[in-house]
Ligand binder design. Sequence first.
Ligand code: SAH
Length: 370
Amino acid sequence: MPDDLTPAAARPSLAGLGREALAAELSALGAAPFRTRQLWHWIYHRGVTDFADMTSLAKGFRDELAAAYTLARPAVSQALRSADGTRKWLLRFADGQEAETVHIPETDRGTLCVSSQVGCTLNCTFCHTGTQRLVRNLGAAEIVGQVMVARDALGEWPSPREDRQVTNIVLMGMGEPLYNFDNVAAAMKIVMDPEGLAISRRKITLSTAGVVPMIPRCGAELGVNLAISLHAVTDALRDQLVPLNRKYPIAELLDACRAYPGSSNARRITFEYVMLDGVNDSPAEARELVRLLNGIPAKVNLIPFNPWPGAPFRCSSDQAIAAFSDIVFAAGYSAPVRTPRGRDILAACGQLKSASVRARRSERAAMPAA
Ligand code: SAH
């Protein structure tokens, strides 16, 4: 280790480690195996940020831990609160990369929207994140760290059993979670652990643009709810909107949904459908959507397109959205229209990290043409 590093910067954080990794660190310190469970409780149930607060541990052991480790979370570089109560945290990781987490409070629940990558490779034409390059996958600790930062800010420690502010997690922030499955899975296992953050797989929804080969693993290894960003009912149009469709077309995607373990009427797959004016919002397309979903325990989530500067689409009219929703609803599917939240803090779909993007764009504009 170079000796110019300050000890604090050199100490790794235990917050975000899985049980095995935590056990390995503790055994390297010479601690008995039962310590893992104690530490786990303090880190993920109580949420302590200082080893001194781990009062069930001997003072000497706490000092030893503090000399070797921290309990640091990702740094919050910006915290915003919308007039509607939505909150957004821009997190800065050790390498300076940033990603966002959004908390959306509702009367009967609170949903945390978590990012899985910095940037994205998918280039969906209506998505603002798609205009950014993929910078990198987030690590498991950086994904768990988003939940811990939200719990810190909401004052939600120890993990409450009821009246929670974070009842649900949606992997619908930046990035494609099924392109970073190992880290997402490791993080969700920590989040779901009943002795810690204790958020049940039934309250977690993973949203994918349709990485078909990974869908069975998602079901088998995590068993979380699945959401599919469908957005079009023909391959010709979906190829344009979600270019990943050229690799995994609609029929293959829907087959993977049919085979998704645990899907039932009580546990439906969500189909997200962004409403783009004159592009995918006709009554004929609503009827075709109903036909495609036949036999899949499904619900449809209609998302008003959230515009961004320079976007090549407009949001459908309220009438078009209502007519579309009525057709899907009449066929027996729930088809709520998602209410835009946190627009004043750029928290809405596809807008995450837009301030940093603007900064990058102005850098690019300042560069001489090649
Ligand atoms: N890559 C994953 C998760 C991230 S996107 C996926 O594609 O599902 C989360 C949801 O927001 C997706 O349904 C995406 O299509 C939608 N979305 C992205 N940009 C949007 C925009 N500008 N307006 C409305 N919804 C948008």
